[in-house]
Design a protein around this ligand. Sequence first.
Ligand code: MG
Length: 274
Amino acid sequence: MPFASYEHEGRCHIGRVEGDEVVALVGPSELGRETTTEVLASLVESGVRVPVTDVRLRPVVPQPDKVICVGLNYKAHVGETGRDMPEYPVLFTKFASALIGAYDPIVVPAASAQVDYEAELAVVIGREGRRIAPERAHEHVLGYSVANDVTMRDYQYKTHQWLQGKAWEGSTPLGPYLYTPDEVDVAAAGLRTILNGTKLQDSDTSLLIFDIPTLISTISEFTTLLPGDVILTGTPGGVGYRRDPQVFLKPGDEVVVEIDGLGSVRNTVVLERA
Ligand code: MG
């Protein structure tokens, strides 16, 4: 059964999701630095059980030390951008403040006219490591979740660095739950974006150019991966910016990103108040 970070009656908890209910666990109040693979496996239930519909799901890891994102990691997406195939993963970061819960509104700024969606598989780290060999990468994975790497394209392309288009505060749904590797196989999981009922991305994680072991190994060469760190593994083809005509998110839209076996994030787009 998957894990959630959630808020209920003003308090934050980690819970185990059982059907329509979530059972609070005793210990840390959210998934993150403290919840190594060993800690998560040892948490006991508090006995407090509430309907999932009565809680607010927080980003599955609300305050990671690092969110590292991969660009151009599906052939079809590289193709639609007209770029060369990367020989080394294209890496960028987001801040924890960019993350929102699975059903929170995506607050878009009036200053951007090009807010785009990106369906992505998220990997959460459960064991600290540096210079992790690809064949040992699986030992460092706590679990998997779903993300929408919402991107302000006009800001992304202001410079060769993408930060300002990728790290907008309150823009990136991450959730709904964390599934441990023994519960789900993400080697060939379908992932999709559905905007107002229309499917706009439809691919499969087996098509990743740099697979999860390669990403963990590459990133941990230059920085220590810590429990709770999140890696967004890149998006397939079909992003709004590259469609003809282009498609962008606007207030009132409902955008869903789903991955087989991991559920979906479902968010309404609202305009940021000045
Ligand atoms: Mg992305």
